[in-house]
Design a protein around this ligand. Structure first.
Ligand SMILES: [Zn+2]
Length: 259
C-alpha cells in the first residue's frame, strides 16, 4: 500500500495510544452536553481498523466492518465497549429513533473534506486517487477547506439558527440542530445539497442527503491523524490551526517527538 502524505505531525495512532486516550481523556458527558436535547437514544458506531490496518488481533475479522453500539446500559458502558474495540474511528447515527426503533427524524449535517479540494501542489481528488492517495491531504488543503467551512457556516446561518462546527481530524463538519431541520425529507435535503454544491462548496452529498447517516463523534479520537474531533465556535473556526491547536491534540502526542 502506498503510504499517504499528511500535514506535519499527523499520523496513525497506535493501539496503546487509542487505549490511553479513551481511558484518560475521552469524556462522554461532554459529548452528551454537546448533543443537548437533540439525541437521547443515540446509536454509536465504531470502525476498528479499516484504513489503518491497526486492530486488536482478536478483532481481525471485524477490523473493516462498521460495528453498531446500540445496546448499552449507560455512558460508562458505551465507553467500556469503545475501549474493548480500540477503534480507529467512532461515529454516531444522525437518525433519531423512538422507543420501538422507528426513525422519526434525522439531523442535518454537512461534511467538508480536504481531499476534495483541488490543490495547487497535489491536484484534484482524481489525481490523488490515481496515486492511491485518496485520503491524503496537505496543510494548504486544510487551510482552504477551513475557509470553505467558514463560508458554509455563514451560508447556513442565514437559514438556520443552531449551526455547530466540528473539526473532524481531517476536515470540518457542520451540524444543524434546528428542530425543523430534522424533519426535512430526502428531496429537500438533496435540493439543499445541490444548491450548496453549486455555490462552490466541496461537500459530501451522501452525508447531507442522509444516505450516509453516520458522522464522526465529537470529542472522539480520529486515529488516522491522531487528532481529537473538536467542536468549534464560529470565532474559533476562523482562526483554527489543526496542526498546533492544543485542544485537538491528544495528550499522547506530547509524550513522543512529533516529526
Ligand atoms: Zn495539497
Amino acid at each position: 500500500m502506498v503510504q499517504y502524505y499528511l500535514p506535519v505531525g499527523m499520523r496513525y495512532a497506535t493501539l496503546e495510544e487509542r487505549k490511553e486516550f479513551y481511558l484518560s481523556e475521552f469524556n462522554l458527558h461532554t459529548v452528551f452536553e454537546w448533543f443537548g436535547t437533540n439525541q437521547d437514544k443515540v446509536k454509536f458506531a465504531v470502525i476498528i481498523g479499516r484504513h489503518t490496518k491497526i486492530y486488536p488481533e482478536k478483532y481481525k475479522e471485524d477490523a473493516s466492518t462498521t460495528i453498531i453500539i446500540d445496546d448499552y446500559k449507560d455512558l460508562e458502558d458505551v465507553k467500556a465497549q469503545i475501549i474493548e474495540f480500540l477503534p480507529e474511528a467512532v461515529y454516531y447515527d444522525r437518525n433519531v429513533y423512538e422507543e420501538n426503533d422507528n426513525k422519526v427524524g434525522q439531523e442535518l449535517a454537512f461534511d467538508l473534506d480536504p481531499e476534495n479540494i483541488t490543490c495547487p501542489i497535489h491536484g484534484t481528488l482524481a489525481d490523488k486517487m490515481k496515486r492511491e492517495q485518496g485520503l491524503s491531504f496537505c496543510e494548504l488543503e486544510l487551510e482552504m477547506v477551513k475557509k470553505e467551512a467558514v463560508g458554509l457556516y455563514e451560508f447556513l446561518s442565514t437559514r438556520f439558527s443552531e449551526v455547530r462546527a466540528v473539526y473532524s481530524g481531517r476536515g470540518f463538519h457542520l451540524h444543524v440542530f434546528d428542530k425543523h431541520a430534522y424533519q426535512l425529507n430526502i428531496q429537500e435535503r438533496a435540493d439543499l445539497a445541490g444548491q450548496i454544491k453549486n455555490s462552490g462548496f466541496h461537500i459530501d452529498e451522501w452525508v447531507t442527503s442522509g444516505e450516509m447517516r453516520l458522522i464522526r463523534l465529537p470529542y472522539s479520537l480520529n486515529g488516522l491523524v491522531s487528532r481529537i474531533a473538536l467542536p468549534l465556535t464560529k470565532g474559533e473556526l476562523e482562526s483554527f490551526d489543526a496542526i498546533h491547536d492544543k485542544q485537538c491534540l491528544p495528550k499522547f502526542l506530547s509524550k513522543r517527538p512529533i516529526f
